[in-house]
Design a protein around this ligand. Structure first.
Ligand code: TYD
Ligand code: MG
Length: 466
Protein backbone atom coordinates (compact mmCIF):
# COMPACT_ATOMS: atom_id res chain seq x y z
CA UNK A 1 0.00 0.00 0.00
CA UNK A 2 1.11 3.53 -0.63
CA UNK A 3 1.37 6.20 2.00
CA UNK A 4 -1.88 7.96 2.74
CA UNK A 5 -2.70 10.67 0.22
CA UNK A 6 -0.02 9.63 -2.20
CA UNK A 7 -0.71 8.14 -5.58
CA UNK A 8 1.30 7.26 -8.62
CA UNK A 9 0.22 9.27 -11.61
CA UNK A 10 1.12 8.59 -15.23
CA UNK A 11 2.82 11.75 -16.48
CA UNK A 12 1.59 11.04 -19.96
CA UNK A 13 -2.12 10.40 -19.58
CA UNK A 14 -2.88 11.20 -15.95
CA UNK A 15 -4.08 7.73 -14.93
CA UNK A 16 -3.68 7.14 -11.17
CA UNK A 17 -2.39 4.01 -9.47
CA UNK A 18 -1.83 3.27 -5.81
CA UNK A 19 1.33 1.25 -6.52
CA UNK A 20 4.29 2.01 -8.75
CA UNK A 21 4.55 -0.06 -11.88
CA UNK A 22 6.74 0.11 -14.96
CA UNK A 23 4.02 0.42 -17.56
CA UNK A 24 0.91 2.56 -17.53
CA UNK A 25 -1.98 0.30 -18.41
CA UNK A 26 -4.12 3.20 -19.57
CA UNK A 27 -1.85 4.59 -22.28
CA UNK A 28 0.75 1.85 -22.60
CA UNK A 29 3.74 4.12 -21.97
CA UNK A 30 6.70 2.90 -19.94
CA UNK A 31 8.31 4.62 -16.97
CA UNK A 32 5.83 7.44 -16.84
CA UNK A 33 4.47 6.84 -13.34
CA UNK A 34 5.64 9.18 -10.64
CA UNK A 35 4.61 9.65 -7.05
CA UNK A 36 2.47 12.69 -6.34
CA UNK A 37 0.33 14.01 -3.54
CA UNK A 38 -3.33 13.28 -4.21
CA UNK A 39 -5.60 16.14 -5.21
CA UNK A 40 -7.42 17.81 -2.43
CA UNK A 41 -11.06 18.05 -3.35
CA UNK A 42 -11.83 21.41 -4.95
CA UNK A 43 -14.46 23.73 -3.54
CA UNK A 44 -15.61 24.14 0.04
CA UNK A 45 -16.07 20.96 2.05
CA UNK A 46 -19.66 19.78 2.24
CA UNK A 47 -21.50 17.17 4.19
CA UNK A 48 -22.58 14.34 1.90
CA UNK A 49 -26.26 14.40 0.94
CA UNK A 50 -26.54 18.18 1.44
CA UNK A 51 -26.54 19.51 -2.13
CA UNK A 52 -27.98 22.81 -3.32
CA UNK A 53 -31.12 22.50 -5.45
CA UNK A 54 -31.01 23.90 -8.95
CA UNK A 55 -33.53 24.41 -11.73
CA UNK A 56 -33.51 22.13 -14.76
CA UNK A 57 -34.16 23.80 -18.11
CA UNK A 58 -35.59 22.51 -21.38
CA UNK A 59 -33.89 22.47 -24.76
CA UNK A 60 -36.29 24.97 -26.32
CA UNK A 61 -34.96 27.99 -24.50
CA UNK A 62 -33.18 31.06 -25.79
CA UNK A 63 -29.89 30.19 -27.40
CA UNK A 64 -27.67 33.13 -28.10
CA UNK A 65 -24.40 32.95 -29.96
CA UNK A 66 -21.39 32.91 -27.69
CA UNK A 67 -20.09 36.46 -27.34
CA UNK A 68 -16.69 36.69 -28.98
CA UNK A 69 -13.70 38.94 -28.89
CA UNK A 70 -12.04 39.10 -32.30
CA UNK A 71 -8.31 39.70 -32.23
CA UNK A 72 -8.25 41.34 -35.62
CA UNK A 73 -5.63 38.82 -36.77
CA UNK A 74 -7.75 37.23 -39.49
CA UNK A 75 -5.97 33.88 -39.68
CA UNK A 76 -6.21 33.44 -35.90
CA UNK A 77 -9.89 34.44 -35.78
CA UNK A 78 -10.66 32.02 -38.61
CA UNK A 79 -9.31 29.08 -36.60
CA UNK A 80 -11.04 30.04 -33.36
CA UNK A 81 -14.31 30.41 -35.29
CA UNK A 82 -14.58 34.19 -35.22
CA UNK A 83 -12.66 35.22 -32.12
CA UNK A 84 -12.10 34.13 -28.53
CA UNK A 85 -15.29 33.21 -26.73
CA UNK A 86 -15.86 35.05 -23.45
CA UNK A 87 -15.12 32.86 -20.46
CA UNK A 88 -13.55 30.14 -22.56
CA UNK A 89 -10.16 28.52 -22.17
CA UNK A 90 -8.03 27.59 -25.12
CA UNK A 91 -4.92 25.44 -25.15
CA UNK A 92 -2.25 26.22 -27.73
CA UNK A 93 0.26 23.44 -28.33
CA UNK A 94 3.31 23.30 -30.53
CA UNK A 95 6.99 22.41 -30.73
CA UNK A 96 9.45 24.63 -28.90
CA UNK A 97 10.54 27.55 -31.06
CA UNK A 98 7.65 27.23 -33.49
CA UNK A 99 6.34 30.69 -32.56
CA UNK A 100 3.67 30.23 -29.88
CA UNK A 101 4.90 33.08 -27.71
CA UNK A 102 5.32 35.28 -30.77
CA UNK A 103 1.77 34.59 -31.97
CA UNK A 104 0.29 35.27 -28.54
CA UNK A 105 2.18 38.48 -27.86
CA UNK A 106 0.95 39.65 -31.27
CA UNK A 107 -2.61 38.62 -30.36
CA UNK A 108 -2.55 40.41 -27.00
CA UNK A 109 -1.07 43.49 -28.65
CA UNK A 110 -3.76 43.44 -31.34
CA UNK A 111 -6.48 43.34 -28.66
CA UNK A 112 -4.80 46.03 -26.59
CA UNK A 113 -4.71 48.23 -29.69
CA UNK A 114 -8.48 47.77 -29.95
CA UNK A 115 -8.70 49.23 -26.45
CA UNK A 116 -9.31 45.94 -24.65
CA UNK A 117 -7.48 44.88 -21.51
CA UNK A 118 -5.04 42.12 -22.46
CA UNK A 119 -2.61 40.44 -20.08
CA UNK A 120 0.42 38.32 -20.93
CA UNK A 121 1.87 36.20 -18.13
CA UNK A 122 5.08 34.37 -18.84
CA UNK A 123 6.33 31.63 -16.57
CA UNK A 124 9.29 30.98 -18.82
CA UNK A 125 10.76 34.33 -19.71
CA UNK A 126 11.57 37.43 -17.72
CA UNK A 127 9.60 40.59 -18.42
CA UNK A 128 12.67 42.07 -20.07
CA UNK A 129 12.85 39.18 -22.54
CA UNK A 130 9.20 39.56 -23.46
CA UNK A 131 9.75 43.30 -23.92
CA UNK A 132 12.71 42.62 -26.16
CA UNK A 133 10.59 40.43 -28.37
CA UNK A 134 7.79 43.00 -28.42
CA UNK A 135 10.31 45.60 -29.53
CA UNK A 136 11.48 43.37 -32.35
CA UNK A 137 7.87 42.95 -33.39
CA UNK A 138 7.25 46.69 -33.29
CA UNK A 139 4.68 46.28 -30.52
CA UNK A 140 6.34 48.33 -27.83
CA UNK A 141 3.58 50.92 -27.80
CA UNK A 142 0.75 48.40 -27.34
CA UNK A 143 -0.87 48.57 -23.89
CA UNK A 144 -0.34 44.90 -23.03
CA UNK A 145 0.03 44.21 -19.31
CA UNK A 146 3.01 41.96 -18.66
CA UNK A 147 4.22 39.84 -15.77
CA UNK A 148 6.61 37.02 -15.15
CA UNK A 149 4.80 34.84 -12.60
CA UNK A 150 4.19 31.18 -11.90
CA UNK A 151 1.88 31.07 -8.89
CA UNK A 152 -1.70 30.56 -10.01
CA UNK A 153 -3.11 31.96 -6.76
CA UNK A 154 -1.07 35.16 -7.14
CA UNK A 155 -2.07 35.49 -10.77
CA UNK A 156 -5.76 35.05 -10.00
CA UNK A 157 -5.61 37.46 -7.07
CA UNK A 158 -3.89 40.09 -9.23
CA UNK A 159 -6.23 39.69 -12.17
CA UNK A 160 -9.31 39.84 -9.96
CA UNK A 161 -8.43 43.48 -9.25
CA UNK A 162 -9.84 46.15 -11.52
CA UNK A 163 -11.55 45.63 -14.85
CA UNK A 164 -11.63 42.00 -15.96
CA UNK A 165 -9.14 41.43 -18.78
CA UNK A 166 -10.64 40.39 -22.10
CA UNK A 167 -7.73 38.06 -22.83
CA UNK A 168 -5.18 36.43 -20.55
CA UNK A 169 -2.26 34.47 -21.95
CA UNK A 170 -0.52 31.96 -19.68
CA UNK A 171 2.82 30.95 -21.21
CA UNK A 172 3.09 28.05 -20.36
CA UNK A 173 0.75 25.88 -18.27
CA UNK A 174 3.64 23.54 -17.44
CA UNK A 175 5.43 26.29 -15.52
CA UNK A 176 2.41 27.17 -13.37
CA UNK A 177 1.84 25.80 -9.90
CA UNK A 178 -0.95 26.00 -7.37
CA UNK A 179 -0.86 25.72 -3.54
CA UNK A 180 -3.83 23.39 -3.57
CA UNK A 181 -1.73 20.42 -4.67
CA UNK A 182 1.47 19.24 -3.11
CA UNK A 183 3.29 17.86 -6.15
CA UNK A 184 6.22 19.51 -7.86
CA UNK A 185 5.57 22.02 -10.68
CA UNK A 186 5.34 20.41 -14.08
CA UNK A 187 3.80 17.17 -12.82
CA UNK A 188 0.42 16.11 -14.11
CA UNK A 189 -1.33 16.83 -10.82
CA UNK A 190 0.11 20.35 -10.69
CA UNK A 191 -0.68 21.11 -14.31
CA UNK A 192 -4.19 19.81 -13.87
CA UNK A 193 -4.69 21.74 -10.63
CA UNK A 194 -3.37 24.95 -12.16
CA UNK A 195 -5.51 24.53 -15.29
CA UNK A 196 -8.58 23.83 -13.14
CA UNK A 197 -8.07 27.00 -11.12
CA UNK A 198 -7.59 29.10 -14.26
CA UNK A 199 -10.61 27.55 -15.96
CA UNK A 200 -12.75 28.34 -12.90
CA UNK A 201 -11.46 31.93 -13.02
CA UNK A 202 -12.35 32.24 -16.71
CA UNK A 203 -15.88 30.89 -16.20
CA UNK A 204 -16.44 33.14 -13.19
CA UNK A 205 -15.18 36.38 -14.73
CA UNK A 206 -15.82 35.92 -18.45
CA UNK A 207 -12.18 36.50 -19.37
CA UNK A 208 -10.85 34.39 -22.24
CA UNK A 209 -7.69 32.51 -21.30
CA UNK A 210 -5.10 30.98 -23.59
CA UNK A 211 -2.84 28.34 -22.06
CA UNK A 212 0.37 27.49 -23.87
CA UNK A 213 1.20 23.79 -23.72
CA UNK A 214 4.49 22.14 -24.55
CA UNK A 215 4.51 19.29 -26.95
CA UNK A 216 6.43 16.04 -26.49
CA UNK A 217 8.50 14.55 -29.29
CA UNK A 218 5.60 12.51 -30.60
CA UNK A 219 3.41 15.59 -30.89
CA UNK A 220 1.17 15.19 -27.87
CA UNK A 221 0.68 18.12 -25.56
CA UNK A 222 3.16 17.09 -22.88
CA UNK A 223 1.91 15.32 -19.82
CA UNK A 224 -1.49 16.74 -19.35
CA UNK A 225 -3.60 15.16 -22.00
CA UNK A 226 -6.12 15.61 -19.21
CA UNK A 227 -5.95 19.36 -19.85
CA UNK A 228 -7.12 18.80 -23.42
CA UNK A 229 -10.38 17.45 -22.05
CA UNK A 230 -10.83 20.32 -19.63
CA UNK A 231 -10.44 23.22 -22.05
CA UNK A 232 -12.93 24.48 -24.63
CA UNK A 233 -10.56 24.44 -27.57
CA UNK A 234 -7.21 22.96 -28.45
CA UNK A 235 -5.17 24.59 -31.18
CA UNK A 236 -1.91 23.28 -32.49
CA UNK A 237 0.74 25.39 -34.13
CA UNK A 238 2.74 23.43 -36.65
CA UNK A 239 5.45 23.88 -39.19
CA UNK A 240 8.69 22.46 -40.44
CA UNK A 241 11.76 23.98 -38.89
CA UNK A 242 13.30 24.63 -42.30
CA UNK A 243 10.25 26.39 -43.70
CA UNK A 244 8.85 29.79 -42.87
CA UNK A 245 5.23 28.64 -42.99
CA UNK A 246 3.33 28.03 -39.79
CA UNK A 247 -0.05 26.42 -39.72
CA UNK A 248 -2.52 26.92 -36.92
CA UNK A 249 -5.01 24.10 -36.69
CA UNK A 250 -7.96 23.52 -34.38
CA UNK A 251 -7.81 20.01 -32.92
CA UNK A 252 -10.86 20.53 -30.74
CA UNK A 253 -13.24 23.47 -30.62
CA UNK A 254 -16.45 23.62 -28.61
CA UNK A 255 -17.40 26.89 -30.25
CA UNK A 256 -16.28 26.54 -33.83
CA UNK A 257 -15.09 24.35 -36.68
CA UNK A 258 -12.14 22.00 -36.33
CA UNK A 259 -11.15 21.80 -39.95
CA UNK A 260 -10.11 25.40 -40.55
CA UNK A 261 -6.45 26.29 -40.70
CA UNK A 262 -4.68 29.59 -40.33
CA UNK A 263 -1.51 30.11 -42.31
CA UNK A 264 1.30 32.37 -41.15
CA UNK A 265 4.78 33.13 -42.30
CA UNK A 266 7.54 33.65 -39.73
CA UNK A 267 9.49 36.72 -40.75
CA UNK A 268 12.11 38.90 -39.12
CA UNK A 269 9.26 41.03 -37.81
CA UNK A 270 7.13 38.24 -36.36
CA UNK A 271 4.29 36.21 -37.80
CA UNK A 272 2.58 37.61 -40.88
CA UNK A 273 -0.77 36.38 -42.07
CA UNK A 274 -0.84 34.52 -45.35
CA UNK A 275 -4.19 35.21 -46.91
CA UNK A 276 -3.49 33.34 -50.15
CA UNK A 277 -1.70 30.18 -49.03
CA UNK A 278 -1.98 28.41 -52.39
CA UNK A 279 0.20 31.03 -54.05
CA UNK A 280 2.75 30.61 -51.26
CA UNK A 281 2.84 26.82 -51.40
CA UNK A 282 3.24 26.86 -55.16
CA UNK A 283 5.80 29.65 -55.27
CA UNK A 284 8.83 27.37 -55.48
CA UNK A 285 7.61 24.90 -58.06
CA UNK A 286 10.06 23.12 -60.33
CA UNK A 287 8.15 23.40 -63.57
CA UNK A 288 8.67 20.66 -66.10
CA UNK A 289 10.20 18.13 -63.71
CA UNK A 290 8.85 14.59 -63.68
CA UNK A 291 7.33 13.42 -60.41
CA UNK A 292 5.37 16.50 -59.37
CA UNK A 293 1.63 17.04 -59.41
CA UNK A 294 -0.46 19.89 -58.03
CA UNK A 295 -3.21 18.77 -55.71
CA UNK A 296 -6.30 20.95 -55.38
CA UNK A 297 -7.16 20.35 -51.73
CA UNK A 298 -9.51 21.81 -49.15
CA UNK A 299 -8.71 22.86 -45.62
CA UNK A 300 -12.05 23.49 -43.95
CA UNK A 301 -13.90 25.97 -46.12
CA UNK A 302 -10.79 27.14 -47.89
CA UNK A 303 -9.30 25.59 -51.02
CA UNK A 304 -5.57 25.06 -50.88
CA UNK A 305 -3.31 24.07 -53.75
CA UNK A 306 -0.13 22.21 -52.90
CA UNK A 307 2.51 20.41 -54.87
CA UNK A 308 3.01 16.70 -54.33
CA UNK A 309 6.47 15.42 -55.21
CA UNK A 310 7.37 11.81 -55.80
CA UNK A 311 10.59 9.99 -56.48
CA UNK A 312 10.52 6.40 -57.67
CA UNK A 313 13.94 4.83 -58.10
CA UNK A 314 15.21 1.23 -58.51
CA UNK A 315 16.00 -0.17 -55.08
CA UNK A 316 19.12 -1.99 -53.99
CA UNK A 317 17.44 -3.15 -50.79
CA UNK A 318 15.67 -6.44 -50.18
CA UNK A 319 12.66 -4.53 -48.88
CA UNK A 320 12.37 -1.31 -50.87
CA UNK A 321 11.96 1.93 -48.97
CA UNK A 322 8.62 3.66 -48.62
CA UNK A 323 9.03 7.12 -47.22
CA UNK A 324 6.40 9.83 -46.97
CA UNK A 325 6.44 13.35 -45.57
CA UNK A 326 3.24 15.34 -45.16
CA UNK A 327 0.81 12.58 -46.04
CA UNK A 328 -0.48 9.38 -44.47
CA UNK A 329 1.90 6.45 -45.04
CA UNK A 330 -0.88 3.88 -45.01
CA UNK A 331 -2.66 5.93 -47.68
CA UNK A 332 0.52 5.76 -49.77
CA UNK A 333 0.69 1.97 -49.32
CA UNK A 334 -2.90 1.74 -50.50
CA UNK A 335 -2.29 3.83 -53.62
CA UNK A 336 0.81 1.74 -54.41
CA UNK A 337 -1.18 -1.47 -53.99
CA UNK A 338 -3.93 -0.20 -56.31
CA UNK A 339 -1.32 0.86 -58.89
CA UNK A 340 0.20 -2.64 -58.75
CA UNK A 341 -3.03 -4.60 -58.74
CA UNK A 342 -5.20 -2.65 -61.17
CA UNK A 343 -2.92 -0.50 -63.30
CA UNK A 344 -0.04 -2.82 -64.07
CA UNK A 345 2.51 -0.53 -62.42
CA UNK A 346 5.28 -2.65 -60.90
CA UNK A 347 6.84 -0.87 -57.97
CA UNK A 348 7.99 -3.87 -55.93
CA UNK A 349 11.63 -3.30 -56.89
CA UNK A 350 11.57 0.47 -56.42
CA UNK A 351 12.15 2.81 -53.53
CA UNK A 352 9.30 5.28 -53.24
CA UNK A 353 9.53 8.74 -51.70
CA UNK A 354 6.58 11.08 -51.46
CA UNK A 355 6.71 14.63 -50.18
CA UNK A 356 4.19 17.41 -49.81
CA UNK A 357 5.99 20.65 -50.65
CA UNK A 358 6.26 23.56 -48.26
CA UNK A 359 5.98 21.56 -45.05
CA UNK A 360 2.23 21.21 -45.48
CA UNK A 361 0.46 18.16 -44.06
CA UNK A 362 -2.48 16.77 -46.06
CA UNK A 363 -5.16 14.68 -44.41
CA UNK A 364 -7.60 14.31 -47.28
CA UNK A 365 -8.02 11.09 -49.28
CA UNK A 366 -8.82 13.41 -52.20
CA UNK A 367 -5.05 13.62 -52.74
CA UNK A 368 -4.96 9.99 -53.94
CA UNK A 369 -4.90 10.65 -57.65
CA UNK A 370 -2.47 13.56 -57.35
CA UNK A 371 -0.10 11.25 -55.46
CA UNK A 372 -0.63 8.47 -57.99
CA UNK A 373 0.00 10.86 -60.89
CA UNK A 374 3.23 12.11 -59.30
CA UNK A 375 4.41 8.54 -58.65
CA UNK A 376 3.74 7.33 -62.18
CA UNK A 377 5.21 10.51 -63.65
CA UNK A 378 8.44 9.85 -61.75
CA UNK A 379 8.47 6.17 -62.69
CA UNK A 380 8.11 6.79 -66.45
CA UNK A 381 10.25 9.95 -66.26
CA UNK A 382 7.68 12.15 -67.95
CA UNK A 383 6.61 15.50 -66.51
CA UNK A 384 2.90 16.10 -66.09
CA UNK A 385 1.33 19.11 -67.80
CA UNK A 386 2.45 22.01 -65.57
CA UNK A 387 -0.87 23.86 -65.76
CA UNK A 388 -3.01 20.96 -64.49
CA UNK A 389 -4.35 20.19 -61.03
CA UNK A 390 -5.46 16.82 -59.72
CA UNK A 391 -7.95 15.66 -57.14
CA UNK A 392 -10.03 12.56 -56.48
CA UNK A 393 -10.14 9.62 -54.12
CA UNK A 394 -9.11 6.15 -55.28
CA UNK A 395 -10.99 3.12 -54.07
CA UNK A 396 -9.41 -0.29 -53.59
CA UNK A 397 -10.93 -1.43 -56.88
CA UNK A 398 -9.08 1.33 -58.72
CA UNK A 399 -12.21 3.42 -59.31
CA UNK A 400 -11.90 7.18 -58.84
CA UNK A 401 -14.45 8.49 -56.37
CA UNK A 402 -15.90 11.98 -56.31
CA UNK A 403 -14.89 14.26 -53.47
CA UNK A 404 -16.64 17.14 -51.74
CA UNK A 405 -16.43 20.76 -52.86
CA UNK A 406 -15.16 20.10 -56.38
CA UNK A 407 -16.42 23.52 -57.43
CA UNK A 408 -14.32 25.47 -54.91
CA UNK A 409 -11.23 23.44 -55.79
CA UNK A 410 -11.64 24.16 -59.50
CA UNK A 411 -12.35 27.84 -58.90
CA UNK A 412 -9.20 28.24 -56.83
CA UNK A 413 -7.15 26.48 -59.51
CA UNK A 414 -8.58 28.73 -62.22
CA UNK A 415 -7.89 31.78 -60.06
CA UNK A 416 -4.22 30.81 -59.80
CA UNK A 417 -3.86 30.45 -63.55
CA UNK A 418 -4.25 26.70 -63.96
CA UNK A 419 -5.94 25.74 -67.21
CA UNK A 420 -6.67 22.04 -66.79
CA UNK A 421 -7.90 19.70 -64.09
CA UNK A 422 -8.00 15.93 -63.79
CA UNK A 423 -11.07 15.17 -61.72
CA UNK A 424 -13.48 12.38 -60.78
CA UNK A 425 -16.60 11.91 -62.88
CA UNK A 426 -19.47 14.24 -61.96
CA UNK A 427 -17.10 16.90 -60.65
CA UNK A 428 -18.06 19.13 -63.56
CA UNK A 429 -21.66 19.31 -62.42
CA UNK A 430 -20.69 22.07 -60.04
CA UNK A 431 -21.02 24.78 -62.71
CA UNK A 432 -18.54 26.26 -65.16
CA UNK A 433 -15.15 25.81 -63.55
CA UNK A 434 -13.29 28.18 -65.87
CA UNK A 435 -10.77 25.53 -66.88
CA UNK A 436 -10.63 22.39 -68.98
CA UNK A 437 -11.55 19.29 -66.97
CA UNK A 438 -10.70 15.70 -67.76
CA UNK A 439 -12.97 13.30 -65.96
CA UNK A 440 -11.53 9.93 -65.10
CA UNK A 441 -13.51 6.97 -63.89
CA UNK A 442 -10.60 4.82 -62.84
CA UNK A 443 -6.95 5.16 -62.02
CA UNK A 444 -5.87 2.87 -64.87
CA UNK A 445 -6.89 5.41 -67.52
CA UNK A 446 -4.84 8.13 -65.82
CA UNK A 447 -1.85 5.80 -65.62
CA UNK A 448 -2.18 4.87 -69.31
CA UNK A 449 -2.27 8.55 -70.17
CA UNK A 450 0.91 9.35 -68.23
CA UNK A 451 2.67 6.24 -69.58
CA UNK A 452 1.86 7.42 -73.11
CA UNK A 453 3.47 10.80 -72.30
CA UNK A 454 6.53 8.85 -71.12
CA UNK A 455 6.71 6.89 -74.39
CA UNK A 456 6.29 10.07 -76.47
CA UNK A 457 9.07 11.74 -74.52
CA UNK A 458 11.37 8.71 -74.94
CA UNK A 459 10.63 8.57 -78.69
CA UNK A 460 11.31 12.29 -78.99
CA UNK A 461 14.68 12.14 -77.27
CA UNK A 462 15.61 9.03 -79.29
CA UNK A 463 14.70 11.00 -82.43
CA UNK A 464 16.90 13.91 -81.32
CA UNK A 465 19.83 11.59 -80.58
CA UNK A 466 19.54 9.75 -83.89
P1 TYD B 1 8.80 31.65 -29.99
O1 TYD B 1 7.56 32.46 -30.15
O2 TYD B 1 9.67 31.97 -28.83
O3 TYD B 1 8.46 30.11 -29.97
P2 TYD B 1 7.75 29.22 -28.84
O4 TYD B 1 7.11 30.14 -27.87
O5 TYD B 1 6.78 28.39 -29.63
O6 TYD B 1 8.82 28.38 -28.25
O7 TYD B 1 9.57 31.75 -31.37
C1 TYD B 1 10.92 31.59 -31.41
C2 TYD B 1 11.42 31.46 -32.82
O8 TYD B 1 10.86 32.37 -33.71
C3 TYD B 1 12.88 31.69 -32.79
O9 TYD B 1 13.49 30.62 -33.46
C4 TYD B 1 13.07 32.99 -33.50
C5 TYD B 1 11.87 33.10 -34.36
N1 TYD B 1 11.43 34.50 -34.55
C6 TYD B 1 11.51 35.07 -35.80
O10 TYD B 1 11.95 34.46 -36.76
N2 TYD B 1 11.05 36.36 -35.96
C7 TYD B 1 10.54 37.07 -34.93
O11 TYD B 1 10.13 38.23 -35.14
C8 TYD B 1 10.47 36.46 -33.64
C9 TYD B 1 9.94 37.21 -32.45
C10 TYD B 1 10.93 35.18 -33.49
MG1 MG C 1 7.58 30.37 -25.84
Amino acid sequence: MSKRGLTFICQNCGAAYNRWQGKCEACGDWNTLSEEGADRPAGPGRKPGKGRLFKLEDLAGDATDAPRIASGIGELDRVTGGGFVKGSVLLLGGDPGIGKSTLLIQATAALARLGQRAVYISGEEAVAQVRLRAERLGLREAAVELASETSVEDIIATLSEGKTPKLIVIDSIQTMWTDTVESAPGTVTQVRGAAQALIRFAKRTGAAIILVGHVTKDGQIAGPRVVEHMVDAVLSFEGEGSHQFRILRAVKNRFGPTDEIGVFEMTGAGLCEVTNPSALFLSERDLGQPGTAVFAGMEGTRPLLVEIQALVAPSTLGTPRRSVVGWDSSRLSMVLAVLEAHCGVRLGGHDVYLNVAGGMRIQEPAADIAAAAALVSSLVDAPLPPQAVYFGEVSLSGAVRPVAQAGSRLKEAAKLGFTAAVVPESARESGDPGLRTTEIGNLASLVADIAARGRRKAAQSAGEDG
